[in-house]
Ligand binder design. Structure first.
Ligand SMILES: Nc1ncnc2c1ncn2[C@@H]1O[C@H](COP(=O)(O)OP(=O)(O)OP(=O)(O)O)[C@@H](O)[C@H]1O
Length: 451
């Protein structure tokens, strides 16, 4: 009986445990790659995955609950059978005059009542304690979070338009009829423009950082950017250089709109980017990082990440992979485009991960490209393949590259040297060398890698 019970319930326990683990895996993966998720407008996709995992957790929970209830019922039946047996035994002793009826009945009754009561109480308190701890943790996380209203508004609006029939997602949205939500919506609806002209502006206009001041929320007293001005000319490459800690990544974060400037503004074709919501902005900007983040899905899905499923054909994915010099290595794998890349792309080499990220950006085809050039050394063949793919990706796009290689800097249309929270020098490689300023000494000190 015990063996049958174990055999039948063990898989249910395992399934429930796995469902719980996949929820936390999904959360960990999403938050550790939050910049990539945001830059590819992947919030909806991650939320959808999360919703599915919560639902399978719910289903396995119900199954487990059913087994537990059956177990509980069987236990109770067994207890009552024993009780009946005790009554019979006690009854015979009473009949023989060895025990009084009252003593026997009270003994049995009190014993079992007490057992069930204590058991129930312990179970309930156990569950309650767990739930209270979870609620407390959720509250502490939520109370420390600053809600990004513009992003939240953009996401909710998009989800309401496109996924209104999707029950899974609807579970995650609060009742928009509440007065507070409606006020928020009205506020942003009046402030934010639609994306209709954002793409054409980004394909044809310059991107400008105008007198930008910025400090990080966690260190509000330290001004990282102090009146920075920089124009990224449409369709050209700007190499951003500067000493470590000069603020290069901060400029990238502002351009990606992970943060907003404290003063000054960023414009696209003359329009303040804050007039567009963040999820729409994410569609016109591609970011390729030093250490590209891949998700633990297939190679094909990683390349198509960020695009709605119905917009991506297998041919498009292959075309992007070919342009990124990734097709050959993908088809040499036994499962080709269906090969799983492992957690954070761990089953691929550094150069392969970079080419997948480049294919992803090529497929996204955004007019603005932000590139954080890898400092880690690749072997010569891999390096050439990556560089070749990057050159194709940069072509015709307004590109800002945090440059670490002299060749990148030399080939850029302009070089911006960031120092003291400003652009201290701006020009081509030879112009800046002739100036014999900070750029010349940066190159002289070999702080830019020579090839
Ligand atoms: N999230 C953050 N919160 C507070 N301060 C930060 C944060 N990120 C960076 N800083 C600070 O901002 C300054 C500029 O950092 P940033 O990363 O932009 O420099 P960088 O030029 O990209 O440097 P590196 O070349 O070493 O990557 C540094 O002094 C850094 O300590």
């Amino acid at each position: 009986m015990t063996t049958v019970y174990k055999r039948s319930t063990l898989p249910v326990f395992i399934e429930h445990g796995l469902a719980q683990a996949s929820i936390s895996d999904c959360i960990t993966e999403t938050f550790s790659a939050i910049r990539t998720v945001r830059s590819f407008s992947g919030e909806k996709r991650q939320m959808f995955m999360f919703a599915n995992q919560v639902l399978s957790f719910q289903l396995s929970g119900i199954k487990l609950g059913t087994f537990k209830s059956i177990n509980e019922s069987l236990t109770r039946v067994a207890v009552y059978i024993s009780l009946t047996a005790l009554y019979c035994l006690g009854g015979s002793k009473v009949k023989a005059g060895q025990l009084s009826v009252g003593t026997m009945a009270s003994f049995i009754g009190y014993t079992f009542t007490l057992t069930f009561a204590v058991q129930g109480l312990v179970n309930t308190f156990g569950d309650l304690r767990g739930s209270l701890a979870a609620v407390e943790r959720i509250n502490s996380v939520l109370s420390g979070v600053q809600v990004d209203d513009a992003l939240a508004y953009g996401l909710e609006r998009e989800l309401k338009q496109k996924a209104v029939n999707n029950e899974n997602l609807n579970l995650f949205f609060s009742d928009s009829s509440s007065e507070k939500n409606q006020n928020n919506h009205l506020h942003y609806m009046s402030a934010l423009k639609t994306s209709t002209n954002l793409f054409s502006l980004a394909w044809s206009g310059d991107i400008c950082l105008e007198d930008v001041y910025f400090s990080y929320p966690l260190r509000p007293d330290v001004e990282i950017l102090r009146g920075l001005n920089l124009r990224l000319k449409c369709g050209t490459v700007t190499a951003l250089v500067g000493a470590s800690g000069a603020g290069k990544s901060t400029i990238v974060q502002l351009l990606s709109r992970f943060y907003e400037p404290a003063r000054g503004c960023i414009t696209v074709g003359g329009e303040d980017v804050r007039t567009f919501d963040k999820s729409e902005w994410a569609r016109v900007v591609s970011i390729v990082n030093q250490e590209p983040v891949l998700f633990s899905v297939s190679l094909g899905e990683n390349i198509a990440y960020g695009l709605p499923d119905d917009d991506v054909s297998k041919d498009d994915v292959i075309k992007a992979a070919k342009a990124a010099n990734a097709h050959e290595f993908i088809i040499s794998l036994p499962q080709g485009y269906d090969t799983l890349v492992g957690e954070r792309g761990g089953l691929l080499s550094g150069g392969q991960r970079q080419r997948i990220a480049i294919a992803r950006a090529l497929l996204k085809n955004a007019p603005v490209l932000i590139l954080d050039e890898a400092t880690s050394a690749l072997d010569t063949v891999s390096e050439r393949l990556v560089q070749d793919a990057l050159n194709r990706l940069m072509k015709g796009r307004t590109t800002l590259v945090i440059a670490h290689r002299l060749s990148t800097v030399q080939n850029a249309h302009q070089i911006a040297l960031c120092s003291d929270g400003k652009i201290a020098e701006l020009g081509t490689h030879f112009e800046l060398l002739a100036k014999k300023g900070q750029y010349a000494s940066l190159v002289g000190n070999q702080r830019l890698a020579f090839e």
